[in-house]
Design a binder for this molecule. Structure first.
Ligand code: SAH
Length: 251
């Protein structure tokens, strides 16, 4: 059995209880060494074999899984954050399907949640935005034309931009092209929930400079939108004048 496990954004106690239990019980761990906190390997039992997928191809990862399976051993494939975002799990699952090997997917806390926590922020503020766009700039992986950052920026929704810390001049240009002002609020969160976490508040126009000033070149999320400002409306859910399924209005 293969267990895809979301490791969480960094802090070793932000893995789920289920993920930690699977790590403790498994025979083999294949972890995404570029981003998973190595401290999580400490959950592994004595004699557990550990592979770093940052140094492996997809075929090598699958070969380790197949070998484990033939010996009746359990494998945990440990991905950073939640594996459903930029996790390259689908291609592994398809090859496992072909090989008739069963697997499960155990969700994790994504770094976009870790970044909100680092900012003490709510992405979906009433009167500001009720949607979150999770996206990236094109890198070696292309982004469909229709999903250009400038196009999403037209909506004025909350934006969480992954995998783009090296392209911040372009990120700013596209955001402004799409309708953000140069002085609209933005933030960079480096290594959210890790001990070395950095939170930098800036503006859409100063993203590149802010990253440079703080020596941030990778492992960061770019957050953009009115949710980083001060104006919003109170929720209806907790409004004294509003009746809900569980509570009557007080006036
Ligand atoms: N599946 C992961 C994302 C993997 S893609 C998740 O759910 O978070 C890798 C990118 O995620 C990095 O380039 C960076 O943009 C972002 N990232 C991952 N961990 C991060 C963290 N702790 N803090 C800030 N950004 C992080």
């Amino acid at each position: 059995m293969i267990h895809f496990v979301g490791a969480g954004p960094g802090a070793e106690d932000l893995i789920t209880v289920k993920g930690a239990r699977l790590l403790k019980e498994t025979d083999i761990i294949i972890y995404a060494g570029s981003l998973v906190n190595p401290a999580l390997l400490g959950y592994g039992k004595a004699g557990c074999q550990v592979y770093n997928s940052a140094e492996m191809t997809l075929e090598e990862v699958i070969a380790v899984m197949k070998d484990a399976e033939s010996k009746g051993l359990d494998t945990v494939r440990l991905h950073t954050g939640d594996a459903s975002l930029y996790g390259a799990i689908r291609e592994q699952m398809d090859l496992l399907d072909e090989a008739g090997i069963s697997y499960e997917d155990v969700p994790g806390v994504s770094s976009f949640s870790g970044a909100a926590a680092a900012l003490n922020a709510e992405y979906t503020l009433p009167g500001v935005s009720q949607s979150v766009v999770i996206t990236r700039m094109a890198g070696r992986t292309p982004v469909p034309e229709k999903e250009a950052i400038s196009k999403f920026a037209e909506h004025g929704s909350t934006m969480v931009i992954f995998l783009s810390t090296g392209l911040l001049e372009d990120v700013s240009r596209e955001l402004i092209e799409g309708g953000y002002e140069s002085d609209s609020p933005a933030a960079i969160v480096y290594k959210a929930t890790w001990p070395e976490e950095k939170v930098v508040r800036c503006t859409v126009g100063t993203l590149a400079q802010a990253a440079k000033d703080n020596n941030i070149t990778k492992t960061a999320l770019i957050l953009v939108g009115g949710f980083l400002g001060s104006a919003y409306e109170r929720s209806k859910l907790y409004d004294p004048g509003f009746t809900t399924e569980f509570r009557k209005a007080s006036k």
